[in-house]
Design a protein around this ligand. Sequence first.
Ligand code: ATP
Ligand code: MG
Length: 443
Amino acid sequence: MISLPSTVVDFMNIIRTAGFDVYVVGGAVRNLLLKKEVTNWDFTTNATPEKIQELFSDNFYHNTYGTVTVKSGSNLFEITPFRKESLYTDNRHPEKIEWAKTLQEDLARRDFTINSMAFDGKTITDIFEGKKHISEKQIVTVGNPDTRFQEDALRLMRGIRFASQLGFLIAEDTRKAMTRNSGLIKNISWERIRDELLKIIGSDFPSEGILFLKSTGILKYILPELDDCFAIPQKSPNRHHIYDVGTHLIMSLKSCPSSDPITRLASLLHDVGKVGTFHKDEKTQMITFYNHEVVGTIQAKQIADRLRLSNDQKTKFIRLIEFHQFTVIEDQTDKSIRRFIKDVGKEYIQDMLDLRTADRIGSGATPTSWRLDLFKKRIIEVQKVPFTVKELTIDGTDVMNTLKIKPSKQVGDILDALFEKVVNGEMKNERETLLNALKNISK
Ligand code: ATP
Ligand code: MG
């Protein structure tokens, strides 16, 4: 049996007391049955948006779907009148919104059976066997799957997203219809595709999600670069690579220790440049991919633009791909390690190391090696020496106060000189030491 928090019960009672029906619907009912946290509460009702607004002072009514958002403490409750299916002509938007008279009609327009249950606080209305499919861990469309994907092709990705978030399988009929209708994804905006893709990649079963995209044929429309990788072998004589490039990338995604979707996306795509750089020596049978990270960086830029990543996401994604071939050999100088940190960017170093772990496990190797461990230690060590003047333990105010001088170019010059000494190892970046050095100048 499932129960509702008291804030939700209170909210529903106000509507009922006013003489209307109200139900919790969609993801909330699904998550309650799965004993998962409910992050947003959706309701459906036979009351008009205007009536709902009269009942709650703290509300806003903002969209063409008739949804009123009511603020209740820290919760936002979204309540929408019963709706029904209307004509879809472009595989994404209903031609017009039509109100429905019954709850049954409203549930019938919903995408998957696990999302089409309603709960009034006592009874679950479950016309499409949502409960059964939850216990069987299956994603099944409500009604004819071909029709439902043709109405709204975003459902192709939503279905795969729910499968990878919940660890469910996609029922055979639904999966076959996904495959038949995969090309319709072209009618969906890149922003919506990106949102679903990043949810798949950030989920508990990301590699399964990407494999669903691959096997249904959707992948070639959204990430053709990755789709091509499955045709590229990498097994050379006496080399340990066990997978083709595509499978290696899937395994890398699966093994990525970070939960950040961009770090995971980079793990998934770090080797896409191997398609264009594949070379097999006929005599030795050796396969090489020279400069694949250079080619891959160009492709990463195209992918970031296609998926409309934000500037920050794009920078991070490209850096991780561009520098993923970094070396961890033990005899490199501190200077070269500092160069690496500057190239990648301090804020992305942990993600870069996570990608290396993903890459190693995804190649069938151990998560780390003594060289990689040593490299990680040295990364911490070399960062004790500042990278910029700003990281010195003293600043311009200290210089001016100690030397009793006014703001001028001289202040910067003195800081630069001290920074040089710290970087060269002549002086430690300790406040006491640097203040003493200043006092010596003033003498
Ligand atoms: P999440 O946990 O991601 O919020 P959710 O199931 O609540 O999952 P929403 O996108 O918030 O998903 O949508 C709420 C409900 O609206 C869904 O459960 C489903 O019943 C319905 N719905 C959403 N998008 C569609 C769609 N494209 N086609 C049909 N029904 C949809
Ligand atoms: Mg939701």
